[in-house]
Design a binder for this molecule. Structure first.
Ligand SMILES: Cc1cc2nc3c(=O)[nH]c(=O)nc-3n(C[C@H](O)[C@H](O)[C@H](O)COP(=O)(O)O)c2cc1C
Length: 113
């Protein structure tokens, strides 16, 4: 199985430690696992609600930024792990941007499962 862990936290913190423990365990049992660190990405944007992904059925987002390759990996993954610290009772802004942008791939992913 392909596992993608998307981390909305800094490297070396509690979230990172938990994600790394999870990924190491997944690799140990033979899964293919990869981590994407959103804090390292400088050019990321939230969903602008254009709905073009749904209207065209393309399954791709019209916005092109540093989240584009992450969304492609998420579309191909069997398991997506979302990891974030609590920031004001919520996930971090970077992870929320990623979550909203998965709207573009969510229809295809639901049909696949
Ligand atoms: C912007 C910001 C908002 C935070 N909001 C909360 C909060 O609402 N509740 C809480 O318990 N901790 C809050 N924290 C503390 C972090 O969740 C905590 O330090 C966490 O361990 C950080 O994760 P990390 O070690 O992976 O960086 C906040 C920290 C920051 C920087």
């Amino acid at each position: 199985m392909k596992v993608l862990a998307v981390v909305g936290a800094g490297k070396g913190g509690n979230t990172d430690a938990l994600v790394n423990a999870f990924v190491q365990s997944a690799v140990k049992v033979g899964q293919q696992a990869e981590i994407e660190y959103l804090f390292e990405k400088k050019n990321i944007h939230g969903c602008n609600g254009c709905y073009i992904c749904r209207k065209t059925g393309s399954g791709t987002c019209t916005m092109h930024d540093d989240l584009t390759p992450v969304l492609k990996k998420a579309a191909e993954a069997d398991v997506i792990v979302l990891a974030s610290p609590v920031y004001f009772y919520n996930v971090s802004a970077q992870l929320k941007m990623f979550m909203d942008r998965t709207y573009a791939i969510s229809k295809q992913k639901m049909e696949k499962s």
